[in-house]
Design a protein around this ligand. Structure first.
Ligand SMILES: [Zn+2]
Length: 75
């Protein structure tokens, strides 16, 4: 089951969170986890999601729960 989380005041599914980080469609996303880091912009809590934007790519996306900050890191 997908675990939804609140990001910037709205409930998002793992797939939706991945789409925010990717700024586009993704094929699959794993569960959202707490990232062990703070947002560099606002100091807020950061969550992470591992997802596949395409069959050949695996990306870890980081997103602040409080502001627009996000980062994608290719595995
Ligand atoms: Zn932030």
């Amino acid at each position: 089951m997908a675990e939804n989380r609140v990001v910037q005041g709205r409930m998002v599914t793992p797939k939706k969170l991945a789409e925010i980080v990717e700024d586009g469609d993704v094929m699959e996303a794993e569960n959202i986890e707490d990232a062990d880091r703070e947002c560099p912009d606002c100091g807020g809590d950061v969550v992470k999601v591992t997802y596949m934007p395409s069959v050949t790519e695996l990306v870890t996306g980081y997103k602040c729960q409080d502001c627009d900050w996000k980062e994608r890191e290719e595995a």
